[in-house]
Design a protein around this ligand. Structure first.
Ligand code: FAD
Ligand code: UDP
Length: 379
């Protein structure tokens, strides 16, 4: 860079966390922000672009926005219109494609009607209707032999192998909250999420980020790691949204993450599959296949879909997509949190990697908005 630059805030990372905080600081506090981003684009893992065939795709895996937090939905609504979209997922079980999360429709798709009705009754007697029950809880609590059979069947066919592929761990080795993200749903509702607000930004995520960052008090420096500008930029305070163990140069040891490899395939037909995502718990090395046109509603010739291959995370070689929700890693994270506290608020940490939390997009936005209200606005 050469020339020294002076700003009020340096923000590391242009994903949802960094972009929302930049927008708030620039527009509400009228202070100057520089965002430094190591990738060649804004948007973090939500980045989307038009591929060579003109299909809008998500470079880092499929992203569907869903939330119950009206303030998050309304806040982002200032920067994008929404395309209403309800995500549907089918899982391949015993050679059939059945709704996931597993629900009463899945039951009837897999078992003869009289037996499905018996299993349905057992579920209703035990838990009631329109109730979500995590698979690990059903397995623990099922006494009735029909329920026991069903719990083992769903566990084996939907969760066990998928989770081994995705995490290289069994469901029991992870925090129960991981498999509880996709609970058994005692209902006929086939949607993947039941949140009040669901959709995708009408003109894409990248467009939403451009609007968020389009403010005279915000400058964005792409293709640059924070380490490269040390000493070149003067700032009063720093917000860091990258991996917290990277920030502290792994003084307490490396936090583990899970990575993915994506395979994009273009197909000349109008559609490749009937729904947005098909999960393959038991076959192949990939976990799921997502066809973007279902999500985006784009109309064009041909279609592009993506296969997700879970990978070990290797620092410097691939991307740390998922913190691994497991007690011992949470304890390790806490050591870094203590280091962060010693900085007395001069550096603020937030985001999926900085908080080492399995945040969905809405949770990352909610975290950023509350950090702004509680620790920045009032400081
Ligand atoms: P990120 O998006 O990871 O942004 C952090 C940014 O910081 C990155 O761009 C990184 O390059 C940059 N950075 C890090 N360190 C440095 C450094 N030292 N110098 C410069 N730059 C740096 N959520 C949903 O709600 N719905 C979904 O359907 C969904 N699907 C997902 C699918 C996949 C495969 C994955 C991996 C995640 C999905 N998510 C989904 C979660 C969503 O991606 C996150 O909630 C969101 O991206 C978190 O935003 P963030 O800003 O905290 O982190
Ligand atoms: N899961 C599973 N089978 C499925 C779908 C999900 O075992 O068909 C488990 C798996 O452990 C997965 C977790 O539930 O990692 C959360 O799934 P989700 O779809 O929320 O994962 P993400 O979209 O965050 O990758």
């Amino acid at each position: 860079m050469g020339v020294t630059m002076q700003v009020d805030w340096l923000i590391v990372g242009a994903g949802f966390t960094g972009a929302v905080l930049a927008e708030r600081i620039a527009s509400q506090l009228k202070q100057k922000v520089l965002i430094v981003e190591q990738r060649d684009h804004v948007g973090g893992n939500a980045y989307d672009y038009y591929d060579e065939q003109g299909v809008l795709v998500h470079q880092y895996g499929p992203h569907i926005f869903h939330t119950n937090a009206k303030h998050v939905w309304d806040y982002l609504g200032q920067f994008t219109q929404w395309r209403s979209y309800y995500h549907h997922v089918l899982g391949v079980v015993d050679g059939k494609q059945v709704p996931v999360p597993f629900n009463l429709n899945s039951l009837y798709a897999l078992f003869p009607p009289h037996y499905a009705a018996k299993l349905e009754q057992a579920l209703l007697n035990e838990y009631g209707f329109n109730v979500k029950v995590p698979i690990l809880k059903i397995r623990e609590s099922a006494n009735n032999p029909d329920l026991k059979f069903l719990a083992d069947y769903i566990y084996q066919n939907v969760f066990h192998h998928y989770t081994l592929k995705q995490w290289n761990l069994t469901p029991e080795e992870l925090a129960p909250s991981v498999t509880a993200r996709v609970p058994i749903y005692i209902s006929r509702d086939d949607r993947y999420f039941q949140d009040t607000y669901q959709g995708l930004p009408k003109h894409g995520y990248t467009n939403l980020f451009r609007n968020l960052l389009n403010h005279p008090n915000i400058k964005v420096l792409l293709n640059t790691n924070q380490a490269e500008i040390e000493g070149e930029v003067k700032y009063k305070r720093l917000i860091y949204t990258g991996a917290i163990d990277d920030y502290f140069q792994h003084i307490h040891g490396e936090l583990p993450y899970r990575s993915l490899r994506f395979n994009f395939i273009h197909h000349p037909d109008e559609h490749y599959q009937t729904v947005g995502t098909v999960n393959y718990p038991n076959e192949y090395h990939y976990t799921r296949v997502t066809e973007f046109k279902h999500l985006t509603g784009q109309r064009c010739f041909g279609t592009t879909y993506i296969e997700e291959y879970p990978q070990a995370y290797i620092r410097g070689e691939n991307i740390p997509y998922y913190p691994i929700p497991k007690d011992e890693y949470r304890q390790l994270y806490k050591k870094y949190e203590e280091e962060a506290q010693k900085l007395n608020g001069k550096v603020l940490f937030a985001g999926r990697l900085a908080d080492y939390q399995y945040y969905n997009m809405d949770q990352a936005v909610a975290r950023a908005l509350s950090l702004f209200e509680k620790n920045i606005c009032t400081a």
